[in-house]
Write a new protein. Structure first.
Length: 286
């Protein structure tokens, strides 16, 4: 018996990276999958997933012997998400797990950030998580059961230079999760958050993020991996595989965590327990 046999999971941002890893992990444990991704880049400084990526996720789920509904949708649109979930409910008849996983990163300092950067990051990361909650909650309330899993970040606990929109959005998602745990708990619906550290996914391994992390536009994947060695306590861990996040999501989706709600779980190889360091000291005159 799989740990999710007979269950249905909805995953946003499922075309690649953490979303795909979660979809495949859940399918391997017996779940049918509803997933979506926006499949366009717009004005972001790095490429997002494509429809071919989303199709590859669906094919992976089916190769595991499970059914899959995979649709293009923008989490900033409630109507768009409602349509995807409606299609999934028509196909599968129930909904047991929802992973509000879709997210983006866009760097800008507080004073130089444009309205577009702020609105896009908040719209995808925070408003998208709220829309996901709204679209799945009615079905879970009808069933009197469900598990909501929110992808936050270690930046849901602390800040960073030129991270303000991203950090604000992730703090917001953590707050949204806590409110969902309180409001929906009476219906036997659990809400929890995962806080990943640096993950080896296309959102991080691209020229834009490599330049942001290393300070060089010519950085290789190896240089990026070398740079993030400072992020972890455990030996041999640098950028974590997306499957590390998927394993934690599986636990939150399964009955093994049936008594856990309102929790923030780090998947960061100890990053948030490292001593902090001032990267921008202001020395007094000698």
């Amino acid at each position: 018996m799989g740990r999710l046999d007979g269950r249905v999971a909805f995953i946003t941002g499922g075309a690649r990276g953490q979303g795909r890893a979660i979809a495949l992990r859940f399918a391997g444990e017996g779940a049918d999958i509803i997933t979506c991704d926006v499949c366009e880049t717009g004005s972001l400084p790095y490429p997002l997933a494509t429809e071919a990526d989303l199709k590859e996720t669906a094919e992976g789920v089916r190769a595991a012997g499970r059914r899959c509904v995979a649709e293009v949708a923008d989490v900033r649109s409630q109507e768009s998400l409602d349509a995807v979930v409606a299609t999934g409910l028509e196909a599968f008849g129930r909904l047991d797990v929802a992973c509000a996983n879709a997210g983006i990163f866009w760097s800008a300092s507080l004073c130089e950030m444009t309205e577009e950067v702020w609105d896009t990051v908040i719209g995808v990361n925070l408003t998208g998580a709220w829309h996901t909650t709204k679209t799945v909650a009615p079905q879970m309330i009808d069933q009197q059961s469900g598990s909501l899993i929110y992808t936050v970040s270690t930046n849901g606990w602390h800040g960073g230079y030129s991270y303000s929109a991203y950090t604000a959005s992730k703090h917001g998602v953590a707050g949204l999760m806590k409110c969902a745990a309180l409001e929906l708990g009476r219906h036997n619906i659990r809400a929890n958050a995962l806080l990943p550290g640096a993950v080896n996914s296309p959102m991080m391994v691209n020229p834009y993020l490599k330049a942001f992390v290393t300070g060089s536009t010519d950085s290789s994947d190896e240089q990026l991996d070398h740079q993030v060695r400072h992020n972890t306590i455990l030996p041999g861990r640098r950028m974590l595989p997306p499957e590390a996040v998927a394993d934690a999501a599986l636990w939150l989706a399964s009955d093994e965590s049936q008594h856990v709600t309102g929790a923030e779980i780090t998947v960061d190889a100890g990053h948030t327990r490292l001593p902090h360091y001032n990267w921008d000291p202001l020395d007094e005159p000698i």
